[in-house]
Design a protein around this ligand. Structure first.
Ligand code: PBG
Length: 324
């Protein structure tokens, strides 16, 4: 009780504040998303994601070396697929010589210790821009799951450390885990996007990969953002099905969900600060309305405070420059 208890006492100097700080954030908490395109000598800025690039493999190799030297230890790979290779069955997604599979092995060759995570979903490969196979304007669950499991297997065979299903089909974690076990990939991890909401925040990502849905939206598989308990149901199931890490996506608007899951499950939780969040930070700072570094750092710390132990973020390099 005042004046015996003065809360300002422990805030009175930088050193005192740092002694009692509850959360810290380090570069090894970050997962760096990489956008990969076919070809050579390509490094093109994504218009809706300033200072973020799509790169061909030659540039990607340089990039992962740079990331590793900065202390960033994990990457999450996304592929931009040429229109001619898209179809409704995700044929290119399970091509062992596809761009994703080539990217995985060349990154592992370049920096063997880098943790390579891969996106598992059909949307970049789909002529409909959906995460699953389409029949009569419906996204078909079980056939999609079979393809996703095969896709994950080709990633594991190419050397992926962790596969990350982001499609939100039912039962895909179990199908992937079962196939990986059967094929003796006992140590390939699964980071499942267990609570992924149908969100307007993915816009810049979809233009980066040219993967926006050709018809309808993703609300029959991604979650309704009015719901909180549903995230717990989804996540508990993914843990039972064999996920090693679960993820909440988007990030900032879903801190309550991260906290709920932190109270519910024991395995690590990742947060994804998605493309729309990045675009907002960049746009406001370009206008001179916010300080990019300060607001970005504050947001990243909020993920940890909410209970995330890993953060996928387009700000990873910028944050690392502040932290080191
Ligand atoms: C694909 C996928 C998406 C994102 C990650 N994986 C887009 C979507 O579901 O439409 C979004 C990432 C971002 O916005 O940064 N399934």
């Amino acid at each position: 009780m005042y004046p015996i208890k003065r809360n300002r006492r422990l805030r009175s100097s930088e050193t005192l504040r740092s002694l009692v700080q509850e959360e810290i954030i380090t570069p090894s908490d970050f997962i760096v998303p990489l956008f990969i395109v076919d070809g050579k000598n390509i490094k093109e800025e994504i218009p809706s994601m300033p200072d973020y690039y799509r790169m061909s493999l030659d540039y990607i190799k340089k990039e992962v070396l740079e990331l590793w030297n900065m202390g960033l230890k994990s990457v999450l790979l996304f592929i931009k697929v040429p229109e001619a290779l898209k179809d409704n069955m995700g044929t290119e997604a399970i091509n062992p010589k596809g761009l994703m599979q080539k990217a995985i092995s060349s990154i592992k060759e370049t920096v063997p210790e880098m943790v390579v995570m891969t996106d598992v979903a059909l949307d970049p490969y789909s002529s409909y821009g959906h995460d699953g196979i389409v029949e009569n304007n419906q996204i078909i669950n079980d056939t999609t799951v079979e393809i996703l499991a095969q896709m994950a297997l080709t990633h594991a065979q190419a050397g992926a450390d962790i596969v990350a299903p982001s499609d939100m089909m039912d039962g895909r974690v179990l199908a992937i885990r079962t196939l990986l076990e059967r094929e003796k990939f006992h140590n390939t991890g699964i980071l499942s996007y267990s609570a992924k909401y149908a969100s307007g925040f993915y816009g810049p990502f979809r233009s980066a990969l040219d993967s926006a849905p050709g018809f309808g939206d993703k609300k029959t598989y991604q979650m309704d953002f009015h719901n909180r308990k549903e995230a717990q149901i989804e996540t508990k199931l993914d843990v039972e099905e064999g996920a090693d890490i679960v993820m909440v996506k988007p990030g900032l608007a879903y801190l309550d969900i991260i906290r709920d899951l932190n109270n519910l499950i024991e395995i690590p939780i990742a947060a994804y600060q998605v493309s729309g969040e990045y675009a907002m930070l960049k746009a406001a700072s370009q206008k001179g309305w916010i300080n990019y570094e300060a607001v970005m750092y504050e947001q990243l710390v909020s993920f940890k405070r909410a209970g995330a132990s890993l953060i996928a973020t387009y700000c990873a390099k910028d944050a690392t420059r502040i932290l080191t």
